[in-house]
Design a protein around this ligand. Structure first.
Ligand SMILES: [Zn+2]
Length: 249
């Protein structure tokens, strides 16, 4: 028996979000501005990962296991997950979202995070983005982390806190800085305004960003949120670099 057309369409649309459509002849079709072949090269982190930083493990060591770096130096956030590795395959769609060329990619990334960070989503009270500095937001008019966090909160029925955390000074470019340099650069860059504290006090928060490199930015955010009384801060990103320099101490 065939499913009703509306249901079939919904199912197909759902699949299209994760797996881009292909023609019946197998020819690559466009999805998110990329061919199916380009999507297929994205390295999704579907296997076992470190509970602390989301780094992929070669073997499944069981739930809650952490990598050596996370055990040596616990992070300011409690746990992190990434949907995929940051490499050439995913750089292009992420940049397209960042520069607002393809805002339609945001709900797709939100869906990826729903899957990759499902344990963290299940524990969360609220979702919030890594904020941009107000000047940068004015210039760009667009915070790609917020564009991902908003549909994720809606999908999961969680509170969305777009302005509970603010970036109070502009951080210098992170490029070329070592892990400890990046940490100094973002230290005290974030704060929860006093009137927003009730939104985070005692709450389990899920912080969203597009890319995690050393994790220093996420740590700066987590520190500010915990100082404001957050019970727990987890992190979910679309992509993370394979080796996080700041983690090897
Ligand atoms: Zn780790």
């Amino acid at each position: 028996m065939k499913p009703p057309p509306a249901l079939a369409a919904a199912w197909r649309n759902g699949l299209d979000l994760i797996f881009p459509p292909r023609g019946l002849d197998g020819a690559p079709a466009l999805a998110g501005g990329l061919t199916a072949e380009a999507w297929s090269r994205i390295h999704f982190l579907d296997g076992p990962v470190c509970d602390g930083c989301g780094q992929p493990f070669e073997f499944d060591l069981g739930p809650g296991v952490r990598c050596a770096a996370c055990m040596t130096r616990p992070r300011a956030f409690d746990a992190a997950r990434a949907a995929c590795l940051y490499d050439d395959a995913v750089r292009d769609p992420i940049l397209k979202l960042k520069h607002a060329d393809r805002p339609d990619l945001a709900p797709l990334f939100a869906l990826w995070l729903s899957r990759a960070a499902r344990e963290l989503v299940a524990e969360a009270d609220a979702v919030l983005p890594v904020p941009l500095h107000a000047f940068r937001l004015l210039k760009r008019r667009y915070n790609q982390a917020a564009e991902i966090a908003r549909p994720l909160a809606r999908r999961e029925g969680l509170a969305y806190l777009p302005d509970a955390l603010v970036r109070r000074r502009r951080t210098e470019s992170q490029a070329g800085k070592s892990g400890s340099g990046r940490r100094r650069n973002v230290a005290a860059a974030f704060e929860v305004p006093a009137r927003k504290r009730p939104l985070v006090e005692g709450k389990r928060l899920l912080l969203i960003d597009d890319v995690m490199t050393t994790g220093a930015t996420a740590e700066g955010c987590a520190r500010a949120l915990k100082q404001a009384g957050a019970a727990r801060v987890d992190v979910a990103v679309v992509a993370r670099v394979k080796e996080m320099a700041g983690l090897t101490i």
